[in-house]
Design a protein around this ligand. Structure first.
Ligand SMILES: [Cu+2]
Length: 467
């Protein structure tokens, strides 16, 4: 809930970061006038289990569950994000092929949207299909607490169904009391991931939806969980796969143990059972025990529809890549021996478990080097990490960063936001992470709560920030 206190704090923050708002406007100037739709991020209580409300979930919009955002292929869409959280966020439009400035990746395509601040997104979706939206900021926490919604891009030529049901499939990390527990365990993260404890569709455990008996239902499924892989089947009805990840299937096929992973979407044409009251079920058959995710109940007299009569979906205007002169680049994924905590901006777990071509993911530190460098060996005598080349303003400019973006990066508010997220991450992990992005005098204040400075960073030198 957006309390009065949050609102007031928001107003103060908005005032303090007025310069930041100006930058946001310059960086992400919408194509059209002010957006008619507003999407508010906020904390909320959510009725996920029978243990009473789960506190401090995060959602978009005024209802409990993030709204399904509807757009039309080829029609301009505009939306103003208002951040009612007490931490930075952004919106990434997963799967939409849109202007890079609108892609929602902080420090890469846009500045943070601070609490109390806003950002105008405007773009024209070129493809029809099922997509989803989520933050790209402190993502494990923000998505883990609920920030993930489904996008439907309609095509006026879409075949007519008797019903459409949108399913946002995700898990929650909740304890026996229905309240949040730690979002991940390093031991699990190094293996198949940290699984949720409560499974939901549209934030409900095994919800049931009514649809006309003998009718054709378009199921738009989005796997928005951060970890779980699903093996989908439908019991008690026939289902055809008509699109995957927002693109129509060239040849539709019957759903049969189809595996989808986090972020993937599946559009199914479901033919409801003939008899009123009959139940069909969407199942996950992965693992040792089948799970019923959603049930569908047939209502009324049969509409006698036939799956074979369903016209094809119109193809999206994707260009075919020409691979005749392609360069081959080996891409070997393996475990990493290096499990030292690493700082990460905006959502890293703080560990390197995996390597690409035998090299642990590097440069995960985001803009850290812009501000501070760790130069001295720690007290125990361990060698200091090799000095990384610090990106200079001119290098960033050469890489295409706008002057407004550079000014933003050098803004104290930017460092504070990053430091705050880093401190929360440290607390969650129970390990100290280097998080010295804030001005030194603010650092202790931000990290009050038991986080000590990282032992390997006894000496910090403030790097000069771009003017
Ligand atoms: Cu995504």
């Amino acid at each position: 809930m957006l309390t009065r206190r949050t609102l007031m704090k928001g107003a103060l923050v908005a005032g303090a970061y007025a310069g930041g708002m100006g930058l946001a406007g310059q960086l992400g100037k919408p194509a059209s006038a002010k957006a008619a739709t507003t999407l508010l991020t906020r904390r909320t209580d959510a009725l996920i289990t029978d243990k009473g409300p789960t506190r401090a979930a995060m959602t978009y919009g005024g209802a409990e569950v993030p709204p399904v955002l509807r757009m039309r292929r080829g029609v301009p869409f505009a939306l103003r994000l208002e951040n009612g959280l007490d931490e930075p966020t952004t919106v990434h439009w997963h799967g939409l092929r849109i202007d890079n400035r609108m892609d929602g990746v902080p420090f890469l395509t846009q500045p943070y949207v601070y609490g109390g601040d806003g950002f105008d997104y405007a773009f024209t979706p070129p493809d029809a299909g099922t997509f989803w939206y989520h933050p790209h900021c402190n993502t494990l926490e923000q998505m883990g607490r609920g920030l993930a919604g489904v996008i439907v891009v309609e095509d006026p030529a879409d075949p007519v169904f008797d019903a459409e049901i949108v399913l946002n499939l995700r898990d929650w990390r909740l304890g026996g009391d229905g309240q949040f527990i730690a979002q991940f365990k390093p031991r699990d993260a190094a293996r198949a991931g940290t699984f949720g404890t409560v499974r939901t569709a549209n934030w409900r455990q095994t919800p049931q939806y009514d649809a006309p008996a003998g009718g054709l239902v378009r199921l738009r499924i989005a796997a928005t969980d951060v970890t779980r892989i699903l093996t989908l089947n439908v019991d008690g009805a026939d289902a055809l796969v008509i699109a995957a990840d927002g693109n129509p299937a060239a040849d539709r096929f019957a759903l049969d143990h189809l595996m989808i992973g986090p972020g993937q979407r599946l559009d199914l044409a479901l033919r409801m059972p003939e008899t009123e009251g009959a139940i069909a079920a969407l199942m996950d058959l992965r693992g040792t025990k089948p799970t019923t995710l959603v049930t569908f109940r047939a209502t009324g007299a049969s509409l006698k529809r036939n799956l074979q009569d369903l016209p094809a979906l119109a193809a999206n205007p994707l260009s075919e890549p020409d691979l005749s002169a392609a360069t081959e680049i080996p891409f070997i994924l393996s475990a990493s021996a290096e499990e030292r905590p690493k700082d990460g901006i905006c959502g890293s777990l703080g560990y390197n478990f995996w390597a690409i071509n035998k090299v642990p993911w590097a440069r995960d530190e985001g803009g850290q080097d812009l501000y501070l460098q760790c130069r001295e060996p720690d007290a125990a005598g361990a060698p200091a990490p090799p000095a990384r080349p610090r990106l200079q303003a001119d290098q960033l400019q050469q890489a295409g960063a706008s002057p407004a973006f550079l000014r933003h990066l050098s803004h104290p508010a930017g460092r504070e936001g990053a430091a705050r997220a880093g401190c929360r991450q440290s607390r969650r992990l129970g390990v100290p992470l280097p998080h010295h992005r804030a001005p030194e005098d603010r650092h202790d204040e931000l990290c009050a709560g038991g986080i000590t400075s990282p032992p390997s960073c006894s000496g910090l030198t403030r790097a000069s920030t771009p003017a």
